[in-house]
Design a protein around this ligand. Structure first.
Ligand SMILES: C[S@@+](CC[C@H](N)C(=O)[O-])C[C@H]1O[C@@H](n2cnc3c(N)ncnc32)[C@H](O)[C@@H]1O
Length: 317
């Protein structure tokens, strides 16, 4: 069997036709978790009534949003219409969230096009005035894009906004402090890091270098997805900005990383995707985790019951 058996499912019309009859949701429908913890909707993030049917009477105190910046921003829409589109889902999110809320947004910055859409999105958030800025986090990727004549782009941007006074708890990395520490003179005596702080590990700050990008050899890999965020990054956000049983909103579910991270950390997830295939993948990933304890399909894929395990015969493989 191939290691990465499914191509990008959003771009493969033949496979889509095969898979769509096996998807439980179509646009406007909501999946209720039989365990009563989460909901998944097939919804347009900019459609308030569709998002409201996902939320019901619950209020999320944390949102982790990962809009499709590459695809939609750069190929299908120009930057102005991308930003107008962002204004719509940011407003919808603000409508359905708690008064005290944390709002995280993953974004790209195209270094060949004046770093769009990052600066435009930052300006938009200032104009909308719905959330206040708190931090600009950069996460380091292991792979990147670049040429011999430029710095390789290995960064993903994560913006952190708040309104009111949401929960926040300082996080530590798994990097031991002693490896990354520095000495400091206190009262003429050279002291070590370990003497000064309570934790053995360092605080990640707003540059995260200790998160492995998802690739096909990892258990959490979900083939057929093209933009999967590492569970470790989502779990860090959940631990910092939510508490057990809190509701967490993610309007761009895709591989269901936020859903799965919520399950693992006893949060409740309200998540949606416009594409019924990605809604189905998110639901299947949660079910697969509950059945097997596995976070993804390292040597397989979410639709083995439909397509079989060996997919070398499929188009694009
Ligand atoms: C960048 S991916 C999200 C990745 C996700 N954080 C993960 O870790 O798997 C963006 C997703 O947004 C979905 N999408 C695109 N337009 C949408 C819209 N208007 N409303 C809701 N979802 C949309 C796409 O189908 C895609 O699955």
């Amino acid at each position: 069997m191939k290691n990465n058996p499914l191509p990008r499912l959003d771009e493969d019309p033949v496979l889509r036709e095969q898979l769509l009859p096996h998807c439980r949701l179509s646009l406007g429908e909501v999946w209720q978790d039989p365990a009563g913890r989460h909901r998944v909707a097939c919804a347009d993030a900019t459609n308030e009534s569709q998002v409201r049917s996902l939320i019901c009477n619950d209020h999320a105190s944390l949102a982790i949003q990962d809009p499709p910046y590459n695809l939609i921003a750069f190929d299908l829409r120009n930057i102005d219409s991308f930003i107008e589109w962002c204004a719509d889902w940011v407003r919808v999110s603000a409508q359905v969230m708690s008064p005290d809320a944390a709002f995280y947004v993953w974004l790209g910055a195209d270094q060949n096009q004046h770093f769009q859409p990052l600066p435009q999105f930052m300006m938009l958030m200032q104009q909308l005035n719905l959330f206040e800025s708190r931090s600009f986090i950069s996460m380091r990727n292991q792979r990147g894009y670049g040429t011999q004549k430029n710095w390789m782009a290995v960064r993903q941007e994560l913006l952190y906004y708040v309104r009111g006074n949401p929960f926040f708890e300082v996080q530590y990395t798994d990097i031991p402090k002693i490896l990354r520490g520095y000495y400091k003179n206190i009262n003429g005596r050279k002291t070590e890091n370990l003497e000064r702080g309570r934790s053995e590990n360092i605080r990640p700050g707003n540059v995260w270098v200790d998160v492995q990008q998802v690739f096909y050899r990892m258990e959490e890999n979900v083939s057929g997805c093209y933009a999967q965020k590492p569970l470790k990054s989502i779990e860090r956000i959940l631990l910092a900005s939510s508490q057990p049983e809190d509701y967490v909103l993610d309007l761009f579910a895709h591989s269901g990383s936020t859903l799965l991270a919520c399950e693992r950390l006893q949060r409740r997830c309200l998540t949606s995707d416009l594409d019924p295939i990605y809604c189905e993948i998110a639901i299947r990933r949660l079910e697969h985790y509950r059945e097997t304890g596995k976070t993804g399909w390292q040597n397989g894929h979410p639709f083995e019951d439909v397509l079989g395990g060996d997919t070398e015969h499929l188009p694009n493989n």
